[in-house]
Design a protein around this ligand. Structure first.
Ligand code: HEM
Length: 131
């Protein structure tokens, strides 16, 4: 039987497995590897901190993901298709490895953050009319 996401070791397994899948994916893999040229030894520990902060309420992640993705938007497509792919890979990874209350919570959190991020990145700029 699968167990729940209970500690940092579980988060590390989730994050490592997720980004291994991301790198194999034709749609979003190249954004990480070819466009952003991600330094994985730096990015993965940051993502352990991020998810530990989100799921267990520990304030260990220091950063501003929106700034990172706003900068990335200048170089890469970050539209519905890319976000759908990101979410499908994340949910699939959680469900393959874990089952339980925290597994459900982390999927809900990922869904909310991804949807908000997608909205902010793609919201039309308001037109200002000065009469
Ligand atoms: C299509 C969807 C997405 C793409 C292509 C994408 C891509 C990236 C890339 C290329 C980086 C920079 C890595 C580096 O250079 O170190 C990054 C950082 C990050 N991403 Fe995403 N991302 C996506 C969605 C998300 C979502 C939905 C979340 C949260 C649920 C998220 C959370 C983060 C965080 C926390 C960072 C680190 C920011 C920092 O502190 O520097 N990303 N992402």
């Amino acid at each position: 039987m699968k167990s729940d996401i209970n500690n940092r070791e579980d988060i590390i397994l989730l994050v490592d497995t997720f980004y291994a899948k991301v790198q194999q994916n034709n749609k979003i893999g190249p954004i990480f590897n070819n466009i952003a040229k991600v330094d994985w030894s730096h990015h993965l520990p940051k993502m352990y901190d991020f998810w530990e902060s989100i799921l267990f309420g520990k304030a260990i992640y220091k950063g501003n993901p929106m700034l990172t993705h706003f900068a990335l938007r200048e170089k890469a497509n970050l539209h519905q298709e890319e976000f759908n792919t990101w979410k499908a890979l994340f949910f699939d990874t959680v469900d393959t490895l874990f089952a339980g209350e925290n597994a459900e919570i982390i999927k809900q959190k990922a869904q909310s953050i991804a949807d908000l991020m997608h909205f902010k990145l793609n919201a039309p700029k308001p037109k200002i009319n000065i009469v």
